[in-house]
Design a protein around this ligand. Structure first.
Ligand SMILES: [Zn+2]
Ligand SMILES: [Zn+2]
Length: 318
């Protein structure tokens, strides 16, 4: 039937397609992917309110945000930084699953004696010292990338946990994505009562490290615009979570921010969020995005269910 539009410019097709997309409730990409839909779950049977991250459609947003084209790229921007957090627990041979967000990524340089801190490079350095190897035979890296991930303290709570932690990056959909594994190195900062933990991963892939840095700034730019536009609006309670529910590929849930609770710690003002955005096991530690937060460097990590009707987050500096 498209043949009848044969001579029209591509722009026109796009418009027709957008129209079909927004009005067609039977969008095959709406809702969860097959794996999540079939995951047994008491909290959210069939996971109807979860939407696959890829391909992302802005129609999943509630009114009035569904008419604002800014939110598509913004939520993509959040999702690019979300990782699946996978912790092996040796005592029980079990795996604990959570989600996290990359908050920092930079290239670091050193020397052969002050080389990359990852296990492989430290092993190479030890070998070169013991074997008195020539400079050209030493294999430890003198340039590496440091990537920081924020999750919940109840997902990763000690250096022992970090050593057993792998982050899965780019696990966007079941069929096509090629996830990248990042091994945890050590904790950078943590707080048990605020239920947050920031830990460090190392990568030897400099393009990845630089790319992640760009993505962090991409999200910052997108959010700043939305923050300005909605600052004085009555409709600014959108609360979005991108996570890996049940350890499945990335999914997005949208809901409302119900309350922002101030938490005083010494001189510092933290807040905890209360929201009705849907989450499941595996969503712990995922970034909770809200329109009315000034800065998106640190988003609140999802903590869990507060009562039957709402969820709450760990506390983050405002
Ligand atoms: Zn579930
Ligand atoms: Zn290394």
């Amino acid at each position: 039937m498209w043949g009848m539009f044969g001579g029209l410019p591509t722009k026109f097709f796009k418009k027709v397609y957008e129209f079909v997309r927004i009005t067609n409730s039977e969008d095959p990409f709406k809702g969860p992917d097959e794996r999540l839909r079939n995951e047994p779950c008491e909290k959210n049977p069939r996971h109807k309110r979860f939407h696959r991250f890829k391909p992302f459609r802005h129609i999943i947003l509630p009114h009035p945000y569904n008419h604002d084209n800014q939110f598509g790229p913004l939520i993509k921007g959040i999702g690019y930084l979300v990782v699946k957090v996978h912790v092996r627990i040796p005592e029980t041979h079990k795996i604990s699953l959570g989600s996290g967000k990359i908050v920092f990524s930079r290239v670091k340089s050193g020397t052969l004696s002050r080389c990359c801190p990852c296990e492989t490079c430290q092993h190479e350095k030890e070998k070169s010292v013991k074997g008195n190897l020539k400079r050209e035979d030493q294999k430890q890296k003198t340039q590496w990338g440091e990537i920081h991930v924020v999750t919940a303290y109840h997902v990763v709570g000690s250096n022992k946990d970090v050593k057993k932690t792998t982050c899965l990056l780019n696990y966007d959909d079941e069929a096509h994505s090629k996830p990248i594994e990042l091994d945890g190195l050590k904790i950078n900062r943590w707080s048990k009562d605020r239920d947050m933990c920031e830990f460090i991963c190392i990568s030897h892939d400099m393009d990845l490290v630089k790319g992640l840095r760009k993505k962090i700034y991409f999200l910052k730019g997108r959010h700043e615009k939305v923050y300005r536009d909605y600052r004085y609006s009555a409709e600014r309670n959108l609360c979005v979570i991108v996570s890996h529910p049940h350890g499945c590929a990335k999914h997005v849930t949208c809901g409302e921010l119900l309350n922002t609770v101030p938490v005083q710690r010494g001189e510092f003002n933290f807040t905890t969020l209360c929201y009705n955005t849907h989450t499941c096991g595996g969503s712990s530690g995922a970034p909770v995005y809200r329109v009315n937060k000034r800065s998106v460097w640190y988003l609140h990590p999802h903590r869990g269910e507060k009562d039957g009707a709402s969820n709450w987050s760990g506390s983050v500096y405002e």
